[in-house]
Design a protein around this ligand. Structure first.
Ligand code: IPD
Ligand code: CA
Ligand code: CA
Length: 264
């Protein structure tokens, strides 16, 4: 069951835009479409990334012609008359989508004066709609989300992802992976950073770490985790800055310090 009323008027529009993109992705999933590479062989873009992004930008742009937009496939369009900026990943998990792996989402956040006010993540195949509003909590299909309470890495369910580009980043990721693996805790790689972080907010995962992520991978998810009681930082414990390509440690809070010491 979806929520019907929200604390911020922007949320209704973010939800509508995410649902519209979701319809497009659901329709395209499993069909034939054009795929091309961007920065590296596995950093893909499909017709559906573009179509979903166009639908989101059309909808939000019509409603908010003076807002600024940062969208993965079309970049940044700035309007100086407003403090509001939307951050959009129309399809997070493109490689999954392109390989018919049913694990991907739409991610939309709105920032006001550089603070994330709302975050919406939508999994169109499971019809799971994650919504966070700053100061008012995080919800999954209308049900309030609270992070897990597990406080031992050995009992935790861990999640990570490997960057598609840059050998140095990959080497760092493997080193960290090996350190976590020594705890013999179950570990999952979903292939969608935004969805994985939504799962931390939902208490499905206890710890997620990922490298080389962009604002559109992170913005909505970071608010979801914080509003569900979790914690996000860089690997060195410094506050997350979603405006630079960065690494992120996202946890249920209880495991944050343990995870930081493993990442050192
Ligand atoms: C990617 C996914 C993946 C992560 C990559 C991202 P995209 O986003 O979130 O899980 O490991 O670093 O680039 O390209 O599918 O939107
Ligand atoms: Ca992404
Ligand atoms: Ca994407």
């Amino acid at each position: 069951m979806q929520q019907t009323s929200y604390h911020y008027p922007l949320t209704t529009h973010a939800v509508e835009a995410a649902l519209r993109a979701g319809v497009i992705l659901r329709k395209g999933f499993g069909t034939k479409f054009a795929i091309s590479s961007k920065e590296s062989d596995h950093d893909l873009v499909t017709d559906y990334d573009k179509a979903a992004e166009e639908a989101i930008l059309d909808y939000l742009g019509n409603h908010f012609p003076t807002h600024s937009f940062l969208a993965e496939e079309s970049g940044l369009s700035i309007h100086s008359g407003s403090d509001i900026q939307w951050i959009i990943d129309p399809l997070d998990g493109t490689l999954n989508f392109a390989h018919q792996i049913p694990m991907f989402c739409v991610s939309i956040a709105a920032m006001v004066k550089n603070e994330i006010l709302i975050g919406v993540i939508y999994d169109p195949l499971l019809d799971e709609l994650f919504i966070a509003e700053k100061g008012f909590g995080a919800f999954l299909n209308g049900k309030r989300l609270v992070v897990s309470h597990r406080d031992s890495i050995k009992k935790a369910v861990l999640a990570t992802g490997f960057p598609y580009s840059s050998e140095a980043m990959r080497e760092a990721s493997i080193g960290q992976f090996m350190k976590f693996v020594e705890y013999t805790s179950p570990l999952r790689i979903l292939g969608s950073a935004a969805l994985t972080m939504a799962y931390v907010a939902a208490g499905r995962f206890d710890v997620y770490w990922g490298s080389n992520l962009q604002s559109w991978d992170l913005a909505a998810a970071v608010l979801l985790i914080v509003e569900a009681g979790g914690r996000v930082t860089h690997f060195d414990g410094s506050p997350q800055n979603i405006f630079e390509r960065s690494n992120i440690l996202a946890t249920n809070t209880f495991l944050h310090d343990q995870a930081l010491s493993i990442l050192k």
